[in-house]
Design a protein. Structure first.
Length: 235
C-alpha cells in the first residue's frame, strides 16, 4: 500500500470523517486487518479561518505548504487536502510539497458526469461558492454550476462556521438547507454538490428530490483508490 499524507483540521469534524472513511474503505477493499497507511497533519483551524476571512490567502498557503512539506519529508507519496475551501491554494500546497495532490473537485466532477448531470447546484462556504478556483474546475469539465442567492449563501456559510465545524447539528439548519436545495432545483439544478466537507454531517443523499453528492465521501473514495493502487503506478 502506498503512503498518503492527509492535511486536516479544517475542521476536525470533517477530518474525523476522512480518517474513518479512508480506513473503512481500505478494510473493505483489502479485507482482514488492513487499514490505511496515512500520515496526518491536523492544523489549528483558528489561524487558518482568520486568514480566510481576512482574505490573506498567501498566509494560508504558507501554513499549509509548510505542513505539506513535513508530510512529504515523512514519506508521503501524495497529498489529500481534507477541505474544499482550502483547495483555493491547492496549487501552492502541491508545489511546496513536491508530490501530487488529489484534488477534491476531480472525483466530484467524475461522479456528476457519470450520473448524467449537467446543471448542478453548489452548497459551500462563501469562498468556494463565490471564488472561481472550484466552480471553474467543474465548468472546465462541461458542467453548468449554479450557486444560491445572496441570503442563501450567507445562511449556508453561517451554519458551517457557527455550527458544523463545532460538531453542532441542528434540525432547523437541516430544514433551512433543504429549502436552499429546493430553490436550486427550481433554478434548474438536477443535482446538488455538498461542497463543504462538513455538510455531510447535516445532509445525506435521499434528503432531497435530486441527488446530493457528498464531496467528502467522493474524495475519500479517490484516496482509497490511490492507496490500494499498484505502487509502481505513476498516477
Amino acid at each position: 500500500m502506498r503512503l498518503l499524507g492527509v492535511l486536516g483540521g479544517m475542521s476536525w469534524t470533517s477530518t474525523e470523517s476522512y480518517y474513518r472513511g479512508l480506513n473503512a474503505g481500505v478494510a473493505a477493499r483489502l479485507g482482514g486487518l488492513h487499514s490505511a497507511r496515512l500520515l496526518l497533519h491536523s492544523v489549528d483551524f483558528a489561524p487558518v479561518a482568520q486568514a480566510q476571512h481576512d482574505g490573506d490567502w498567501d498566509a494560508t498557503a504558507r501554513l499549509l505548504g509548510d505542513a505539506a512539506r513535513g508530510l512529504a519529508a515523512g514519506g508521503a507519496e501524495a497529498l489529500l487536502l481534507a477541505t474544499n475551501t482550502m483547495h483555493k491554494v491547492a496549487g501552492a500546497v502541491e508545489a511546496a510539497a513536491g508530490i501530487p495532490l488529489l484534488h477534491i473537485a476531480d472525483p466530484t466532477a467524475d461522479a456528476l458526469l457519470a450520473g448524467g448531470h449537467r446543471r448542478v447546484g453548489l452548497l459551500a462556504t462563501h469562498f468556494t461558492m463565490e471564488h472561481d478556483f472550484y466552480v471553474e474546475r467543474l465548468r472546465a469539465r462541461g458542467l453548468d454550476v449554479v450557486v444560491p442567492g445572496d441570503a442563501d449563501r450567507d445562511l449556508v456559510h453561517r451554519v458551517i462556521y457557527d455550527e458544523l465545524v463545532h460538531d453542532v447539528v441542528r434540525d432547523r439548519s437541516r430544514d433551512a438547507y433543504l429549502e436552499v436545495v429546493r430553490r436550486l432545483v427550481a433554478d434548474g439544478a438536477d443535482a446538488v454538490v455538498l461542497g463543504c466537507t462538513e455538510i455531510g454531517l447535516l445532509l445525506t443523499d435521499g434528503d432531497a428530490d435530486v441527488p446530493l453528492l457528498d464531496t467528502t465521501a467522493l474524495h475519500v473514495a479517490a484516496g482509497v483508490d490511490w492507496l490500494c493502487a499498484d505502487p509502481s503506478d505513476p498516477d
